[in-house]
Design a protein around this ligand. Structure first.
Ligand code: SAH
Ligand code: SF4
Length: 340
C-alpha cells in the first residue's frame, strides 16, 4: 500500500478525480497532513466518511521510527529505522536565521568517496519520497518547531535517486505542504553529469551544491572514484549549461584534508577552475572519523586557503562546525550503531 506522504499534489488531485471526488480535496488533505499533522485519517473532520474509508483502503499513514537521538545545544542527530529495518539519519541544526535539516536520500551510497562514512555501506536501495518527507515531519514533531531550510546532504547521492528526490522537493515546497521555500532547499551532488544537465530544467529555484573537494583530476581521482566516470571538466561543462539556463549561483563544497588537497597551489588552481562562474566556495573542516585515515587540515592552513580564494574575488566561507562531539558528519551515527 502506498504511503500517503509519497504523493505530490498533482498525483493526489488525479487520485480524487479517479474516485469521483473534487480535485480541491487534495489541498484539503495536504493541510491535514502537513499543517494539522494528523496521525489518523479519522481526524479529518471536514472530509466525508466515505472518502476517509476509501483513503484508509488505498494509503497508509505510517511514520518512521526514531531509534536514537543525540542532542546538543545547536544540533540534534536522529537515527531512523525504515519499515524494512534499514537505518538512515538526519541532522537538525539551529541557526540564527532558522532551523535546517540535513536529509538522507539513500540507504548507503555507491559513490565510495574515500573520506566518507556513508560510502562505506554500498547502496542498499533508494529512499522513497515519503521517507524523505517523514524525516522532516518527525523532526518537526520532536522539536515542536517549523523547519525552515532543507539540505539533501545526508546519506546517499541524491542524483542517483533523481525522481524520488525531485518529487520530494515538489512535496515539501508546496504552499500547502511543508511550504519550504525553494531557495531554502539545497541539493548536494558528487557530480553526476547527466543529472546536473537534467536538473538545469527542473522548474524550481533550488540551490545546487557540488562536492568538488579537489582542484584537479589527479587529487579527485584519489579521493572520489566517481571522478573516473565524470571528470572535473565534464562537471564544469555541465555546470556552465546549468548556469546559463538557471542563472543560479552554484556552491562548491571543499573538504579540507590535511596534506591531500590543502596546499596554496591547490587553492590557486581551484580559483582558476572556478573563475568563470558566479560561485561560492564552502570550505569544510573535515570531520575525522574512527574508521578513516584522513586528518583535518590545520586551522592556519584552512585560513590561508580561505585567504587565497578571497583574494581571487571568489565568495568563500568556512563551514561553521556543528556537533563534531555528537558524530554529526554524515553516516557516522548509522555506522556507529552497526558496529554495536
Ligand atoms: N552524496 C552527496 C550528498 C551527501 S554528502 C554529495 O557527496 O554531495 C554531503 C557532504 O558531506 C559532501 O560534500 C561530503 O563530501 C561531505 N562529507 C562526507 N563525509 C564528511 C566528513 N567526514 N566530514 C565533513 N564532510 C563530509
Ligand atoms: Fe556518497 Fe556523498 Fe559520501 Fe561520496 S560524499 S560517498 S557521494 S554520500
Amino acid at each position: 500500500m502506498r504511503n500517503i506522504y509519497d504523493l505530490t499534489i498533482e498525483e493526489l488531485e488525479d487520485y480524487f478525480l479517479s474516485i469521483n471526488e473534487k480535485k480541491f480535496k487534495a489541498i484539503q488533505l495536504y493541510s491535514w497532513l502537513y499543517d494539522k499533522k494528523i496521525t489518523t485519517f479519522d481526524e479529518m473532520s471536514d472530509m466525508k466518511k466515505i472518502v476517509i474509508e476509501r483513503l484508509k483502503e488505498d494509503f497508509s499513514l505510517n511514520n518512521l521510527k526514531i531509534i536514537k537521538v543525540e542532542r546538543d545545544k545547536l544540533v540534534n542527530k536522529y537515527l531512523f529505522e525504515l519499515s524494512d529495518g534499514s537505518l538512515v539519519e538526519s541532522v537538525l541544526m539551529r541557526h540564527d536565521y532558522g532551523t535546517s535539516i540535513c536529509v538522507s536520500s539513500q540507504v548507503g551510497c555507491n559513490m565510495g568517496c574515500k573520506f566518507c562514512e556513508s560510502g562505506r555501506l554500498k547502496k542498499v536501495r533508494n529512499l522513497e519520497s515519503y521517507e524523505m518527507v517523514l524525516q522532516i515531519l518527525e523532526v518537526e514533531n520532536d522539536i515542536q518547531k517549523k523547519i525552515t531550510h532543507v539540505v539533501i546532504m545526508g546519506i546517499g547521492e541524491p542524483f542517483d535517486n533523481y525522481q524520488n528526490v525531485t518529487d520530494f522537493i515538489r512535496i515539501i515546497n508546496h504552499p500547502k505542504g511543508l511550504s519550504i521555500g525553494s531557495r531554502h532547499i539545497t541539493v548536494s551532488t558528487s557530480g553526476i553529469v547527466p543529472k546536473i544537465l537534467e536538473f538545469s530544467t527542473f522548474p524550481y529555484q533550488v540551490n545546487l551544491a557540488i562536492s568538488l573537494h579537489a582542484p584537479n583530476d589527479k587529487i579527485r581521482n584519489e579521493i572520489m572514484p566517481i571522478n573516473k566516470v565524470y571528470k572535473i571538466k565534464d562537471i564544469m561543462d555541465a555546470l556552465k549549461i546549468y548556469y546559463q539556463k538557471t542563472n543560479r549561483r552554484i556552491t562548491f563544497e571543499y573538504i579540507m584534508l590535511d596534506g591531500i588537497n590543502d596546499k596554496d597551489e591547490d587553492a590557486q588552481e581551484l580559483c582558476n577552475l572556478l573563475k568563470w562562474s558566479n560561485c561560492y566556495v564552502n570550505l569544510i573542516p573535515y570531520n575525522e572519523t574512527n574508521n578513516i585515515q584522513y586528518k583535518r587540515s590545520k586551522n592556519d592552513r584552512i585560513l590561508k586557503f580561505y585567504d587565497i580564494i578571497k583574494k581571487n574575488n571568489i565568495g568563500v566561507t568556512i563551514r561553521k562546525e556543528f556537533g563534531s562531539n555528537i558524530s554529526a558528519a554524515c553516516g557516522q551515527l548509522r555506522s556507529k550503531k552497526e558496529e554495536l
